[in-house]
Design a protein around this ligand. Sequence first.
Ligand SMILES: [Zn+2]
Length: 282
Amino acid sequence: MADLPRLTVALTFDHDSISDGVRRGDSPVKLSHAEFGVRVGAPRILALLAEREIPSTWFVPGHTLETFPASTEAILAGGHELACHGWFHEDFATVPRDEEREILERCAAAVERVGGARPKGWRAPYWSLGASSLELIMAAGFVYDSSLMADDYRLYRVRKGDRHSVAEGSRFGPEGPLIEVPISWSLDDWPHFEPSSDTGRDGLSAPSKVLEIWTEELRYAWAHAPGGLLTITMHPECIGRGSRMAMLERFIDAAAALDGVVFDRLDRYVEAWAAATGTSPG
Ligand SMILES: [Zn+2]
């Protein structure tokens, strides 16, 4: 696509920390696993990004933002983007509409307070959305969402008013102003590395396997999606372990070795994409 780099890589970090653990009343061990993200993971990641001069996007729940102000300040000091990710990392498929609206506003106001500007981006915790969520995200003034999976390397406009029923089949609504930055489980560190008793997933993958998946996606996007975006989702408490940080360094090396690859924040890529497609960014 004209005026966009050959391929943009977005390193994105969901800084969940203990936000969901507090809401669930997790045990001290689970809370400590989450605290690792603030205590060890985030400083390690921010040091690597500073060394490589890579701008990135951080989706930060309001609870993390306010409970760990030094971590928030370090993200801002590094020139990274702050975006919203719930308050207590709520599952929006289960939250009543009015409450969801209040949480969206509370999150945006908190980011604006610390970052000095209204946030552009929203990512639903657990990538879980209710029937009204996309409409409420648009109404709250977000320019982009990053919770859907209908594309891989191309942004798209979220449709409004899709209707699906067994009786009448599927009817698709028109595109709205909200821009989607698509994501994928395969490009998320969590399901590869973190065990889950809920799903029976064993996790604890070898970093070499994940590096192979991410690097092949990188090469495919570079070869087949000129002007596209490869979005990687990571969590400081997960990617921040030593063997995984080493993998992230190798992935960055692989991306930097390809001609025309740049790293950027999502807000900047979204703006450039809107300009390149001749549409307003929201
Ligand atoms: Zn999250």
